[in-house]
Write a protein that binds this ligand. Sequence first.
Ligand code: ADP
Ligand code: ZN
Ligand code: ZN
Length: 818
Amino acid sequence: MANFINVILPIPLELSFTYSITEEEAKILQPGMRVAVPFGKSKIYTGIIFSVHQNPPEAYEAKVIHEILDDYPIVNATQLKHWEWIAAYYMCTLGEVLRSALPGAFLLESETLVLRNTEYDIDENELLDDEFLVFEALQHQSILKVQEVSAIVERKNVLPILQRLLEKKVIVLKEEVYEQYKPKLVRYVKLGEEHASDEKLEELLNSLTRAPKQSQVVLSLFQLQAKSQKPIKVSELEKLSNTSKAIIKTLVDKGILEEYFIKTDRVSYDGESDNSETKDLNEFQEAALVDIKSAFGENKVTLLKGVTSSGKTEVYVKLIEECLEKGLQALYLLPEIALTTQLISRLQEYFGEKIAIYHSKYNVQERVEVWQNVLQSKPKAQLVIGARSAMYLPFSKLGLVIVDEEHESSFKQFDPAPRYHARDAAIVLGHLHKANILLGSATPSVETYHNAQTGKYGYAEITRRYGNVLMPEMELVDIKEESRKRKMKGHFSERLFLEMEETLKDGAQIILFQNRRGFAPLMECLTCGHSPQCPNCDVSLTYHQYRNQLRCHYCGHHTALPESCFACGSSELDTKGFGTEQIEKEVTALFPDAKVGRMDLDTTRGKHGYEKIITAFEQQELDILVGTQMVTKGLDFRNVNLVGVMNADSLLNFPDYRAHERTYQLLTQVSGRAGRTKKRGRVVIQTYNPYHQILKQVTNSDYEGMYKEQLYEREQFKYPPVNRIIKITFKHKNYNVLNEAADWFSGALRSNFGGTVLGPEYPPVARIRNQYLKHIVIKVQKVHSLAQTKANIRRIEKSFKSVAMYRGVRVIYNVDHI
Ligand code: ADP
Ligand code: ZN
Ligand code: ZN
């Protein structure tokens, strides 16, 4: 009898592809193993076996496979089920899921480019003959294609050779040349050996009488040494002696001071600290833990809502501890790993070597290692911490899933497919494993809170900060009023300016938050702060320069650019908005003595950009940090006493039905950065609308009020959680074809769904890389089955694709678009 396998290829094919295998191969091949297979005229791909069977394909002659790459499955049955769910729910192909799930090093193919790995010295004697040939060729030519490797070793099947070379760290893959993680180095100083004794010091100080600044540095160093045994940071010394880096450097150059570095590795565990005992919970944490466990007992996904700094992490720790004791694996998902190194070192104190960290930006080898460790349930991968891609790891006995900061929108993958929400996909994964699932946040998403309110999810809460630290004191400042009284210094109100002055005088630090995202600008009245709204959608209209219009990018409503404000009639309208860069400039001018840093996409792009800025701020080399969203996330700076929000209106007016929810979350999170230790922190929020509901809710910590109001509006306008949305994007290089195609599709949808189809509408940026874009948004009401709706959409897509003219139009689905 003939034998076949179905293979998932890492390309967007509707179906898995069938290949023929021999009787012998049929005995060893299992789902989840990798095979290299030919595809098209000359391509070779690595695919994953989906099934082994005896049914020949009907439409084509099955080709034979190229070779078998694994001795055992590297993807387990639960994962394949999970992938199928992702593909079906997010309307993409299994191949797209495969590509997003597996580390690139697992997916060698004919188009892969390989390079010499310059990080390691290779002992040529350890290479087999064929490996050596490739190694040698890479000495002469910096990049080789897999096909060229074929020619060099005179074999067709070269993927195993490359696999071995990767394992031996001889080569790296082109698309995988990520920056290696480099531990951060902190600079410390001590007195040079020869000046260590008392007399020698006396001598030294005498020799420095003509250099008072230098002698001040030496004295300060002494003072610091007397206080504690700890190594002394250059920044500390600089501060205490009130001098500059240059003077310290002079002393180092003279050999009076010695400079040294200590590696303070933030991510990898140094193995030094023993596993410390976990902390005893206080009564509030204890009560939350009891509630969580009782909800787990009913097999419910559970929400832990705890104010910032309430000690949620310590509650997670207890649950993780129990899970690991049972011999089960735990998954801890975070929105953004680069920003949570502080958290990781905390967990490492408790769980030490049991922790594996997984992140798509880690290098190939590290990711493959973690994959293998999880696959084999190794002790060193019992607790996996990672951003969204960590949920793809081959868990076999997952006992606990924690999604921290569950409200964060960065859990949703935007591009490419699968456009999954890692929180939701992790919940499904947890269910497949019958694991306990906990979502945590100080400001839960409306969806999750709704699920808790309706009893679908379990619920626990902590309403106090740990150690009775007070919540920061919040103040709204009316910049309309201050402008009128001519009290503004640039974008700074007098109130904020004075608070800043005070804080700097106290030697504390400041965070200034200015939101600016790369979106089409809004229209804002300089007199009253009003921003025109869409009458149908309850979102702000965006300004489209090329047509000089205001448009709603949900429903397409548009009006000509007004000459004067709809609300107050003022003709001072502004469309520009202001960014972090401008704020940084102003601060520098207002506080010339303060050291100011900026954290936004532009300043964090490079090598470990985040780390550098966070470290500088943490070590108090900066007094003021100006930043976007990035400064709001989970950072725990001990010395921040003031948080200033430059303009809350730019958040509120964001053209999205979630703008108000997000504003609440962002402002609450950013405020949570202030006063995390004894001294009560202060938050100053500048706004044109001090009476805005959301801002009042933020300052009163009235989450409940925010939730009720938002839920009501979502119900009114048929948005999630009451309904679901699917966004369809059409892309084509020809404007007319795109328009016709989108009209055709929306017409077909309308005759199926009636009034719940919005658009087609141009996004604010309607052409990207010479491709025109149009969106349709479908609101699926709870009474309708989501699966049925998707099936209908698919059916429409099929007829759509049969129209010759539309064949080149790309159709992109985003289910639960946020
Ligand atoms: P959250 O995650 O809710 O913002 P954290 O878990 O970061 O709060 O806790 C805030 C601070 O309180 C941390 O410095 C933490 O070490 C401390 N803390 C929390 N719970 C305890 C506890 N039970 N015993 C001692 N310290 C605690
Ligand atoms: Zn609208
Ligand atoms: Zn106005």
